[in-house]
Design a protein around this ligand. Sequence first.
Ligand SMILES: [Zn+2]
Ligand SMILES: [Zn+2]
Length: 118
Amino acid sequence: MSDGKDTELADALAEVGRKVGQTITDLLARIRPAFDAIAEAANRPDVRAVRERAEQVVRRRPCLCFCLRAHPDDRGICEALDAVVTGRSKAEMLRDFDFDVPLCAPCAAARAARQFAE
Ligand SMILES: [Zn+2]
Ligand SMILES: [Zn+2]
């Protein structure tokens, strides 16, 4: 009796597994052309240039200066994706908590000038 149930369960599981496998196979077959198109496009020189540019941007450190607060007089100077120095920033929500943030050169200069003026 229990043997029969186990077999039933095994059959049911096998059927589910077969259906899932078939679904995945179908899905792969359906998205395969899209993958091929992407792979093909990725080798085109113009696409490769865009990708390399994106990788460059990713490699760069973003400037995490809160320009509007840190130097409101010079808010347009930020080179947002070209952080070259690390400055200290004070989180206003966490009083007395300083942390290092990457800053771009113009922001660092503006912050220093502002600090000096204060
Ligand atoms: Zn800034
Ligand atoms: Zn900046």
